[in-house]
Design a protein around this ligand. Sequence first.
Ligand code: WQD
Length: 343
Amino acid sequence: MKEKILVTGGTGYIGSHTVVELQNAGYEVIIIDNLSNSNADVVDNIEKVSGIRPAFEKLDCLDYNGLDALFTKYPGIKAIIHFAASKAVGESVEKPLLYYRNNLVSLINILELMPKHGVEGIVFSSSCTVYGQPDILPVTEEAPIKKAESPYGNTKQINEEIIRDTVASGAPINAILLRYFNPIGAHPTALLGELPNGVPQNLIPYLTQTAIGIREKLSVFGDDYNTPDGSCIRDFINVVDLAKAHVVAIGRILEKKQKEKVEVFNIGTGRGLSVLELIHAFEKATGVKLNYQIVGRRAGDIEKVWANPDKANNELGWKAEVGIEDTLLSAWKWQQKLKEKLP
Ligand code: WQD
């Protein structure tokens, strides 16, 4: 029998890739999404990639009664992967209450409804942002949680605490918190990827839009950091690799292999790459020369962060596999595909 998994935010960037990997692993997937930052065509593309059409319901996780009805309509959901959240750091500074409402109330609704409908597991999308600037690199899961730099980051920290407190209260819930580093790239078929929403704030969409001519120049925010080339360092993780981590986490929960009822794993490659190194890797992988300039630092940026993924490698049995050049090529293919669709 195929176990049923509910994926909230399943038409989004990481969600859509995860749905495909869940289907490849034999799970039956039900997607809910409010389509605030994605569109329903993604369901068609998921079907093209996996050969299986997932169930899809347009639903906002803030809608408690709607969620309740969904669990009744699809009985027997075993676990949830909760992606649905607002995720733009800058916007969260301007609209903190929107972020606190969306990101906190959604999780609270889900956690309240899980026991009622016999759903035993949840995999939660957390972020390396909870570490702030770590004192020790590569950063392990034991590193202290630093005060969040933005309301968005704070919602990730509070959500982790909400899950821990709920499980500690005796709720029949098992949880895995995945702390993602910097997810990039697209599906190798170029059928799934990150949909641009206005002017991109993140590095890769801005970079590929510059390479294709939508933007004139990529600004590199700072070359005077305490790093070998002066630009910031990140751990860029391929989105398909990241998606696979969720499938492994679901299996671990359902097969009752967890050592604790709430477990946390870093999901990164273990390699730090600077912004300038990434630009050069993109140029090498694609043969496209990138127009960029060094500008001043961006407020709130962490100087350097990369994962110690040993716990995920050893206990979860998951490892990042796709190299940076293939990842950047997939992002480039996706950008080219998006251009074809322009009117
Ligand atoms: C990466 C590096 C920039 C744009 C954020 C969130 C995090 C996570 C992923 C989200 C930095 C530099 C960027 C540009 C640049 N979660 N940069 N020029 O800030 O590491 O992480 O996104 O959903 O929680 O904080 O990612 O891609 O914005 O930046 O030089 O035009 O690229 O300064 O060093 P970040 P990013």
